[in-house]
Each structure stands twice: as C-alpha cells, then as structure tokens.
Design a protein around this ligand. Structure first.
Ligand code: ZN
Length: 466
C-alpha cells in the first residue's frame, strides 16, 4: 500500500495510545483509559465532510446553534451512529452508507440538534467540547464496543474498540450516550420544527427510526449504538409519524443534485471500506450513471490498473469539469503512478475548485510537492500544508507531513514543533511535550513558535489529576 494516496488518507488512523483518558470526568471511563489504547479510525475526506456539513448547516442554524465552523468527524465504523458535541458532528461511515437519501441523515442531525437545543446531557457536552476529537472517538467507539462486545469484522476496519468489555462499562455507556424517553419526545418535536423551518421533510428521520424500532440493525452490525442510546418505543414513533405527516413538506424529496452527491458518497465509502463487490451491490438498480462510474473509477484506482483508472477519471472530469473531487481523484491516481508533478497540478485544480475550502486538499497538494522533493518544491510544500492546517487545525497527519518538509529543508526547530503538534492532535500528549521542549531549545524565546511549544508543554488533560 502506498503512503500518499487516498486509501491511506481515507483510513487514516493513529497508532497512538491514549493514556489516562478521562473524557467524562468522574465516569468509569477513566478506568478503561488503558483499555482504550487503540487505533482511532477517523476518516478524513474533503468530499464527504463538505456534504455532511451542507446537510447540517441549515438545521443547526434553524436550531439557533450557529452556522459556521462546523467540524465533521467521520468515524470508520460500520455500525449506525451519529453524535454532536459542540461544533463537532461525529458520524459513522456506516450511517452514511446505510442512508438511502440525504434526508435520512438530515433528519438524524435535526433530532440530534433537538437534544442540544433542549440542553440534554449538558454537563457531558461541556466535557466533550473541551476534549480532543480523537479522545471522544475512542470513548464513543469504546462505548459502542461495550454494547456490541467484540462484534466486529475480521478485516480490521471495524476492529477498534473490540474486546473492551469490562465491569462498569454498561454504566459508562449509559452515562455517555443514553437519553431519557422524555428527552426523545422533546428532540423529535424540535427536529420537526427545524425541518419545517428549512422546508424539508421529516420522512427520512421517521424511516430511520421506524427501522430501528423494528429492532433491525440498519448497518448489519450486531448492535447499532444509535438505537441503544435513543430509546424508540412504539408510541414515540407513532406520535412522530402523526406530526411528520402534518408537515406540508412531508412528500418533498431531496434535490436531484444533492441525491447524486449522496450516492457518490455512499459508493465511495462502500469501495473503500468493503471493496468493489459491496459498491456494486449498493448501486444495483441505480439509475445514476455518474455514481456508478465514480465507484468504478475509485475501485480501479484502488484495486486495478492505474492507466485505466486515469482514463475513467478523465471521463468523469469531462462530464463535470468543475467537480473538485474528480480532480482530487485524478491527483490520487497520479501520485500512485509516481507522477507527483502531474498530481500537484490536479490537486491544485481540486483545491481551487473546492467550494468548501477544505484544508485536506492543500495538504494533499503539499504531499505532492513533498514527493517532488526539490528545495523549491519543499518550500511550496510547507506553504500549502500550512495553508491546509490553518483551515484544519486538528489534522494530525498534516503536521507529520509538515515536519517532514521542514526536516528535508534542514529546519529542525520547526520540524520538532510540527511533530509536537502532530502528537498533540493525536492525543499523545507526553510525546507532544517532549518534542515541544526540543523545539523550544532551538526557537527564540517569545517567538510565535516558542509560545505554541509552551502551550503544548502547559497543556493539562481535562479531568486528569496531575
Ligand atoms: Zn435521541
């Protein structure tokens, strides 16, 4: 497997252990911290993040929860789950792949926004807002694993959190994720208000909850954590249906262009997490030829002949020349073909066209410059990666590439500082402090880099005793 392309990015994990994870203060989680020393399967993907952000933005605005700076955290887990903490929305790839329409995800996000607006689990949410993204994911997956036992596939993709079945875990899970029935009713009603205010149907939310109510695992996992944390008794769903049908938007479908992007997202997740056969199954009977072609191009890039992949991507670009993610895929194919200069051009086009201005694309462009490796290209790598990190401050792998670029340029102080940041955003605070101290020895006291290093040295994990 190559180290630059989209598969490794898509399945980016950190091998860093979390020591003494104490996410929810006095919860039993602190005692399972050592057990949570595991890989955190966060997926970074500009296309999917932008789409989910678009789903969420109008809903959060209608809920009075602001409309800017939403971080989408994609968790590579086949079970169905979605959770909002502060400005961060955690959503499993399993949920995105399961949802047949954008409206199903939008409905789930509306319900979640209802919990936030209702002040449910406020104390927990305060703690989550202070915690690092990766620590939250570890805790959520750990909690899911406690429910599901070691029910994960053998491919390793869903294996995070496996085997964390310990005493007191059921209590930890309930404290972390469980809602009261009265809170569910409140969140349902709020969700309907937001959906009406944004002119959208509640049908997707209803459909999702009805399937859960029938005790079906939507994703094929043994237990979907979402169903466990949001109780779905029959009368709740019946009430929801009555109210949902009163809306003038009940039969309104998602815009065709949005549905197409949704289909492309689903097929992409299917190809990356379950292979080509799963993608074909997903699209069986699909009338959207673009989504089918997209899945085919992705699969050919990952598993097939690169020259053939390139011609498939070029056909996609011909049909939608301004689709940033088609150019991104072109860059991925060229990187895998060891053509970094051509890849840089493709990534630069992708970054320029990207309406969401994701930090991921400049970082990929920086990686292409890094692969070119000339002093001039390395300087461009530093500048592009920094641009990406300005937009995406928690991108741990971005810091590692930045450190590599500085290192190749002979700038040891900045390389150490970037390494410190990479560890910091991976939740590996001890390593972060070591590199921050190393960087400080070479940096001028009081300079911006020195101050940042000091912040890392001074950082105290929330809830952790000294
Ligand atoms: Zn709920």
């Amino acid at each position: 497997m190559h180290s630059h392309g989209s598969l490794s990015r898509f399945l980016a994990r950190t091998a860093r252990a979390f020591t003494g994870l104490a996410l929810a203060g006095g919860l039993a989680l602190s005692s399972t911290g050592a057990a949570l020393a595991q890989r955190v399967p966060i997926v970074r993907d500009a296309e999917i993040e932008a789409l989910v952000r678009e789903y969420a933005r109008p809903i959060l605005k209608a809920a009075g929860l602001g409309n800017s700076g939403i971080n989408i955290v994609l968790v590579n887990d086949p079970a169905f789950n979605a959770f909002v903490a502060g400005r961060r929305i955690f959503i499993n790839t399993g949920a995105l792949m399961t949802a047949e329409t954008p409206n199903e995800i939008i409905g789930v996000l509306a319900h979640e926004a209802g919990h936030i607006a209702g002040g449910h689990q406020e104390r927990l949410r305060d703690q989550l807002e202070r915690a690092q993204t990766m620590a939250i994911v570890a805790a959520l997956l750990g909690a899911g694993a406690m429910v599901a036992g070691a029910a994960t596939d053998t491919s390793g993709l869903g294996a995070a959190g496996a085997g964390i079945v310990s005493g007191g875990s059921e209590m930890a899970r309930r404290s972390l994720l469980g809602y009261q029935r009265s809170e569910e009713t409140t969140a349902d009603r709020s969700a309907l208000t937001y959906l009406n205010a944004t002119g959208q149907s509640a049908q997707g939310m209803l459909k999702t909850f009805q399937r859960f109510q029938n005790a079906l695992s939507l994703s094929g996992a043994r237990v979907d954590p979402y169903r466990v944390s949001h109780p779905m008794p029959r009368e709740r769903i019946a009430n929801l249906e009555t109210l949902a049908r009163e809306s003038p938007y009940f039969d309104k479908a998602d815009p065709a262009a949005l549905q197409q992007r949704h289909d492309m997202m689903r097929v992409k997740i299917a190809v990356y997490t379950q292979g080509q056969a799963a993608a074909s199954r997903l699209l069986r009977g699909s009338t959207d030829s673009l989504a089918v072609s997209y899945g085919d191009a992705q699969a050919t890039y990952l598993f097939g002949d690169l020259r053939s992949a390139l011609s498939k991507v070029d056909a996609l670009i011909k049909s939608q020349p301004k689709n940033a993610y088609f150019h991104e895929l072109r860059g991925d194919v060229l990187m895998k073909s060891n053509k970094p200069a051509a890849a840089a051009e493709a990534y630069a086009t992708a970054a320029r066209l990207d309406p969401a201005k994701s930090g991921i694309l400049p970082i990929q462009l920086g990686q292409a410059y890094l692969a070119i490796g000339t002093p001039d290209a390395l300087k461009k790598a530093v500048s592009e990666i920094r641009k990406g990190l300005d937009r995406d401050r928690e991108n741990a792998s971005g810091y590692r590439y930045l450190a590599q670029a500085y290192g190749m340029l002979g700038d040891v102080a900045d390389a150490d500082l970037a390494t410190a940041d990479g560890h910091y955003y991976s939740g590996a605070y001890q390593d972060a402090k070591i590199f921050a101290m190393r960087a400080q020895q070479k940096l001028q006291r009081g300079s911006p880099g020195w101050v940042r290093a000091q912040d890392i040295i001074n950082y105290k994990q929330p809830g952790k005793k000294k």
